[in-house]
Design a protein. Structure first.
Length: 301
């Protein structure tokens, strides 16, 4: 595929590499549903979740995460050109000028969409955009963050609880939210985001990348952090499930997901191959989807 190909074809290839619509769509839909459903459960709401409210929330969460993906292309352009020339932008599949217009269209649509269909949520929406802009500028402490990876991850993962606030607000806004319940879910979301981040950036020697945590921290320490984050997420999920008085079956599902993820992490540590690296990323995604769905699915039972 050359730069002379149609923009539609090139953007389609771009999404397959950098933001797979199906895989990300399933994860983001699970995240959005769980945020609304868990909020609904915690406030003991009698009425059902409106499907239109869900699609409004999903429109926001999906496009906000896509916007963050595009902004990262600009933020990391020098690094990618130097260290990751195989990516779509450095190798010329798409131009930053083209992605700029895609980003402008998405942002304009979101502003118009929320101004018309979600006026009560505008304050939260603006705050999420504000925080995203700080991320784009690396909070004006780029070099310090690059030297302190844990703070880098933590500062960037905070966007997930903020988007979570946006998603859950389509359940509780105009009502009496259960603040403690939301805090439980925000904590789960934050550490789930860390799990996904580590899952996609702990590489084997066969497919090592310049910005991976396995390179920055060493494979052993990176995997140790992964195991700690998964354990913390598991404990938080148990706490969230207990707070919402979920049935014991949910605790069993959490335990199974945790054991599978932790054991595969150990297996990957012992067998560091490119194939297992890809499986490791997939398992991290399954873990996140499973966590979210398990917290919210009881609303359908």
């Amino acid at each position: 595929m050359t730069s002379n190909s149609t923009i539609a074809k090139r953007l389609w290839l771009y999404q397959k590499e950098r933001f797979p619509l199906l895989a990300h769509g399933i994860l983001i839909a699970s995240f959005t549903f769980s945020a609304m459903a868990y909020s609904h459960i915690c406030r003991n709401a009698i009425e059902s979740i409106h499907i239109i409210s869900f699609f409004k929330a999903l429109t926001n969460t999906f496009l906000l995460f896509l916007l963050l993906r595009i902004s990262d292309e600009f933020k990391d352009k020098e690094f990618d050109a130097l260290h990751r020339p195989h990516l779509p932008v450095p190798r010329g599949l798409v131009k930053l000028s083209e992605l700029k217009w895609v980003g402008i269209i998405i942002l304009s649509f979101l502003i118009l969409f929320n101004a018309i269909f979600a006026t009560q949520h505008l304050t939260i929406f603006v705050f999420v955009l504000f925080y995203g802009s700080l991320m784009f500028k690396e909070f004006f402490i780029k070099h310090w963050l690059e030297k302190n990876q844990l703070f880098y991850v933590a500062s960037h993962m905070m966007i997930i609880p903020l988007v979570d606030t946006m998603a859950s607000s389509f359940d509780w806004i105009g009502q009496e939210p259960n603040v403690c319940g939301l805090i439980w879910f925000f904590a789960v979301s934050f550490f789930n985001g860390c799990t996904l981040e580590l899952g996609r950036k702990i590489k084997s020697k066969e497919n090592e990348e310049a910005n991976s945590y396995s390179k920055a921290l060493g494979f052993y320490k990176a995997m140790l952090y992964f195991q700690i984050v998964v354990l913390v997420t598991f404990v938080l999920c148990l706490g969230a499930a207990s707070y919402a008085n979920l049935a014991y079956g949910h605790f069993l599902v959490f335990a199974i997901l945790y054991i599978v993820s932790a054991l595969f992490g150990w297996y990957y540590y012992r067998h560091q191959t490119a194939k297992n690296s890809k499986l490791f990323e997939t398992i991290s995604g399954i873990w996140a989807i499973g966590m979210y769905l398990n917290l919210g699915i009881s609303i359908l039972l």
